[in-house]
Design a protein around this ligand. Structure first.
Ligand code: GUN
Length: 281
């Protein structure tokens, strides 16, 4: 029976540490602000953005909300990003994805100043990560590293297998695990024998967006299983990419959904905002 990795509890610890740090900075006259831009009203995005604003309020970071209509043009959005880049009092800029189809996401991400790229999505941030230079790191994979470290799970020398190769999770996850001296394999939809590869993992990170796809059969006895999925099961209930009930019987440690990786993403966003303000001052 696996140990539960409690992301909710660990993220709360991080937010409490940051809250203290932010209060001390305030005494020194340093305040922190994050601009959060949402275009249109995708219901999932509204929930995520709401959670980010709530975390800002808790930690003591001012959130500046820009709720733009669905019809906003790419030019208007780029103009806003440019204005926020130039505003000294804005430390971080976050454009919630996905954007409406008529807006080129890559163009918008590239318009954000790398100094304010608290999501870590800018090509300069990703490039810096890949060659071991300083820069913002995508919050979900950064949160997973923190989750492992704070749970006392060693990465050095371990077989790390990632299922999924997205720009936001899979690829930066591979780079971060490599930086921690893991032996890293990335699987994807063209992997010939997925089970054969995932069964080698000491640490298995799953980010594929398919409800309950990874069951005990894919897992080595005692492995650490990190579930990045946010899916709905056949009854419409929130679940992950891992079949938790089956996997927990074989894994050594496992993250639940909800309450695993999700809250860590937001805690790391708060951390990036604090870092961003410190670097700018
Ligand atoms: N949409 C889903 N996850 C994220 C995220 O981490 N950042 C942004 N900006 N949009 C998202």
């Amino acid at each position: 029976m696996a140990t539960l990795i409690d992301g909710k509890k660990i993220s709360q610890e991080i937010k409490d540490e940051l809250k203290e740090k932010v209060a001390k900075l305030k005494e020194d006259g340093i305040s922190i602000s994050l601009a959060v831009i949402q275009v249109g009203n995708n219901p999932a995005s509204t929930v995520y953005v709401g959670n980010k604003k709530k975390a800002c309020a808790y930690v003591g970071i001012e959130s500046l909300a820009y709720e733009l209509p669905e019809e906003t043009t790419e030019e208007e959005l780029l103009q806003l990003v440019q204005e926020l880049n130039e505003k000294k009092e804005v430390n971080g800029i976050l454009v919630q994805l996905p954007l409406p189809g008529h807006i080129d996401e890559d163009k918008v991400i590239q318009a954000i100043s790398p100094a304010k790229d608290v999501d870590g999505f800018h090509p300069q941030s990703v490039g810096a990560l890949s060659i071991g230079q300083k820069g913002f790191v995508s919050c979900t994979p950064a949160g997973i590293i923190e989750l492992l470290k704070r749970s006392g799970i060693a990465i050095d020398g371990k077989e790390c297998v990632i299922v999924g190769r997205s720009n936001i999770v899979g690829k930066p996850m591979a780079l971060l695990l490599l930086r921690e001296n893991g032996t890293v394999t990335v699987c994807h939809s063209h992997t010939a024998d997925l089970k054969e590869v995932t069964r080698r993992a000491d640490i298995l990170v799953v980010a594929i967006g398919k409800a309950k796809m990874i069951d005990a059969d894919y897992i080595k006895e005692g492995a650490v299983v990190i579930d990045v999925g946010m899916d709905r099961d056949e009854n419409g209930k929130l679940c992950g990419d891992v079949d938790f009930e089956s996997a927990k019987e074989k894994a050594g440690a496992i993250t639940p959904v909800p309450g695993g990786v999700g809250p860590m993403t937001i805690a790391m966003l708060m951390n990036n905002c604090v870092e961003s303000a410190l670097m700018q001052k």
